[in-house]
Design a protein around this ligand. Structure first.
Ligand code: ADP
Ligand code: PEP
Length: 371
């Protein structure tokens, strides 16, 4: 089976014309990211995606630390600027810029730790720790947006696996849209998968003949420990190599992803489990109509070398300027690979036939000589 595409839906792709294009160009699954958007909007987009003939994936946020709602959706920070990160319900007046956070993070940090925001695009150093808030210094400049992820690779996070938000989505959205897949974030052990399955069963107790396939997103250091990963792969229906968080949750940060990807691909193949390669495959195409050479090489690795069952578009399809162009690049590479494979197989076949013929000829020569 050739690789198929998953597209994350959002303002850039939640309309019938784009969804029709997706369906005609190797997209099989539409992903609703439960971390963004309101339930009513997910319901609307889910209906459009189903009408376009796409399968649905509901991606549950899990215990991922995220920023809360930022006033005016965006806050600009400058290198060297001091900023407060505080639990959103515990706001205390101060004269520094303040980033609301969905969880209290002071207990997971130490002075001088680095806090990564928005898949690591922004980095801050911890300079002061107080109850419900930390003070940090920006190590680079940039815009900070609402609901972006916060990663603390040096802290041990003990937030409960299924959050209030997960339960809300499982109870309010799941029974209505009945997605073919439910993806679950920040899985650490097989017990997390059992807990998710129980919560889903409870929510579907009145619904017969429907149960979603479970996708475990691998993005935590604990999940890839040998003692956990084999059983997680075994217990779920599909694995997502969620490289965005994985790059920041494993140390040394940023550089381990390709090594872990290699290991996870092999494990999934040995355990005969379908897998998704996700995140930043065509990141630069959020704002540019063509990919970088490095991105095409990453895509080649996922499709041709790793033979991923699915490759996933996130921001590129949800909020990017070129969602159709991204899908076209992926679709074209998938098709080109198919043609190349047929061509190589044909060449191989011809070579084998030639070899056979040559061997026969040689045989008859030998026979003739003997006579
Ligand atoms: N339904 C949505 N509504 C608005 N914005 C969205 C939606 N889905 C995704 N996005 C935006 O696209 C970005 C990239 O998508 P994704 O990788 O799925 O998110 P994240 O990494 O934050 O979980 C998000 O950070 C968010 O800004
Ligand atoms: C797919 C991922 O998860 P999310 O979009 O929830 O950050 C990821 O971290 O790569």
């Amino acid at each position: 089976m050739s690789t198929k595409i998953i597209t994350t839906l959002g303002p850039a792709s939640g309309n019938p014309e784009v969804l029709k294009y997706f369906k005609e160009h190797s997209v099989e699954i539409a992903r609703l990211n439960g971390s963004h958007g309101i339930i009513e909007e997910h319901l609307r987009i889910a209906k459009l995606a189903t009408n376009a003939g796409l399968d649905l994936m509901l991606d549950l946020p899990g215990p991922k630390i995220r920023l809360g709602e930022i006033h005016d959706k965006l806050l600009a920070v400058k290198t060297g600027e001091k900023v407060i990160i505080e639990k959103e319900q515990e706001h205390k007046e101060n004269n520094l810029k303040t980033l609301p956070c969905q969880f209290s993070i002071e207990k997971y940090t130490k002075i001088n730790d680095i806090v990564y925001i928005d898949d690591g695009k922004l980095q801050f150093r911890v300079i002061k720790i107080e109850k419900n808030r930390i003070q940090v210094e920006a190590l680079n400049s940039g815009p900070v947006k609402s609901h972006k992820g916060v990663n603390l690779p040096y802290g041990t996070i003990d937030i409960d696996f299924l959050t209030e938000n997960d339960h809300r989505l499982i109870e309010k959205l799941l029974p209505i849209i009945k997605p073919k897949y439910v993806a679950t974030s920040f899985v650490k052990t097989i017990d997390d998968i059992y807990r998710l399955k129980t919560a889903i069963q409870n929510s579907l107790h009145n619904i017969k003949n429907y149960y979603p396939k479970i996708i475990a997103k691998i993005e935590m250091a604990e999940a890839i420990e040998p003692v956990n990963i084999t059983s997680i792969i075994n217990e779920c229906d599909m694995i997502m190599i969620a490289r965005g968080d994985l790059a920041l949750e494993t140390t040394p940060v940023h550089i381990r992803v390709p090594f872990i990807q290699n290991d996870l691909v092999q494990r999934c193949q040995i355990q005969n489990k379908p897998f998704i390669i996700a995140t930043q495959i065509l990141e630069s195409m959020i704002t540019c109509p063509v990919p970088t050479r490095a991105e095409v090489s990453d895509l080649y690795r996922a499709v041709v070398l790793d033979k991923a069952n699915y490759i996933m578009l996130s921001g590129e399809a949800a909020v990017g300027q070129y969602p159709k162009e991204c899908v076209t690049i992926m679709h074209d590479l998938i098709q080109y690979n198919k043609i190349q494979t047929v061509h190589t197989n044909k060449k191989l076949k011809t070579k084998t036939i030639e070899k056979k013929i040559t061997t026969k000829r040689n045989l008859s020569k030998i026979k003739r000589k003997r006579i």
